[in-house]
Design a protein around this ligand. Structure first.
Ligand SMILES: *Cc1c(COP(=O)(O)O)cnc(C)c1O
Length: 354
């Protein structure tokens, strides 16, 4: 058995993979593959409808919040958000907490003015800034709730007077939040809720239509709302895998149960790191991510040896991102507690053998 700690694309529930592979051959006993039916058929429309209603239910969204499944990944949202919400003479505020935030900031500058109200760049993004003010006249405030590369996570969501926008790509549906307090949430599906190719967008429709810019039809959220995410051909298979994963999530107790399990997994691994003499966490304790656990060793040779050792023991995907080094274990919803227990055992075994 392989223990899959990949950062993204990443582990999916076995039952989801099983059903998705069956649907490629014979979808819902139709005798057709899900890959060869029209997206405007009742067969596929029911997939899209169920995916949207599961998101609404799991996130407990109010009627103002619309659910969209779009193309292009979270990266397209870096541009689509300011294109829809930021006029050229306006200012948007951003928190700079890692690579993904920095990319979002860069894109927003193409559409209007950007104020970076806080940043942890000086210390290689190893904490979440706490003391900052967001100017009242900001068109919106953008945060990255979980920083996939650096392993930090906002434990306290800031409350602000302007629309709050969140990149939740790597912690969507992993913990209980008041999702209605966000005005726009986006997440590439491939980290915590499905397959690459679909992007979830949850948007409060009241914030749309307030700017002067002409927006290309395919980039305008209002068109996607109106056409129920069927403005053009949606990423059908990726939406299907998300729908199956959402079903799985609901059957397994929903967001609350995921949060409990994720807390348990994260504290198990962080305790092992804190109790070790060779492994060291890389971020400020109070801002530690429950999704991506980053840790290093002092000795680069030993790091290589542990990576080799983990490979031999079927531990997959723990090599750290190049901007942090060391190791990163991603503990997304679908990763079982047993895999974290196994990793911890192997870390202890490695340390004892030195
Ligand atoms: C992976 C990731 C992205 C990029 O997602 P794509 O779907 O590849 O565009 C953006 N933001 C965060 C927080 C991520 O983890």
């Amino acid at each position: 058995m392989i223990h899959n700690f990949n950062a993204g694309p990443s582990i999916l529930p076995k039952s989801v993979l099983q059903q998705a592979s069956e649907a490629i051959i014979n979808f819902n006993n139709s005798g057709l593959s899900i890959l060869e039916i029209g997206h405007r058929t009742p067969l596929f429309e029911s997939v899209m409808d169920e995916a949207i209603s599961l998101v609404k239910e799991l996130m407990q969204l109010d009627d103002d919040h619309e659910v969209l499944f779009l193309h292009g990944g979270a990266t397209v949202q870096f541009m689509q958000v300011p294109m829809n919400l930021l006029d050229q003479n306006e200012t948007a505020s951003y928190a700079d907490t890692g690579v993904w935030s920095s990319k979002a900031i860069k894109e927003a500058k193409l559409f209007g003015k950007v104020e970076v109200v806080c940043s942890s760049k000086e210390s290689n993004f190893n904490f979440i800034p706490k003391d900052f003010a967001v100017p009242n006249q900001s068109a919106y405030f953008h945060i990255t709730t979980n920083n996939t590369i650096f392993g930090t996570q906002w434990q306290q969501i800031p409350s602000v007077s302007m629309p709050l926008i969140a990149d939740m790509s790597s912690d969507i549906l992993s913990r209980k939040l008041d999702f209605n307090s966000f005005d726009l949430i986006f997440a590439g599906a491939q980290k915590n809720m499905g397959a690459a190719g679909a992007t979830l967008v949850v948007v409060n429709k009241q914030i749309l239509g307030k700017i002067k810019r002409a927006i290309p039809a395919i980039m305008d959220y209002r068109n996607h709302i109106q056409s129920k995410s069927m403005l053009n051909t949606p990423p059908v298979f990726a939406v299907y895998v998300s729908m199956l994963t959402l079903r799985w999530l609901k059957e397994n107790g929903g967001v609350e149960a995921m949060e409990q399990l994720n807390n348990e997994k994260a504290s198990l691994l962080y305790n092992a790191i804190d109790n070790s003499k060779i492994f060291k966490g890389t971020v400020v304790k109070e801002d530690r991510s429950k999704m991506n656990v980053c840790f290093v060793m002092d000795d680069a040779e030993q790091e290589k040896k542990f990576l080799e050792f983990s490979k031999q023991n079927n531990i997959y995907g723990i090599k750290g991102h190049r901007s942090v080094g060391g190791f990163r274990a991603s503990l997304y919803n679908a990763l079982p507690l047993s895999s974290v227990k196994y990793l911890v055992e192997k870390m202890e075994e490695f340390e004892k053998g030195l």
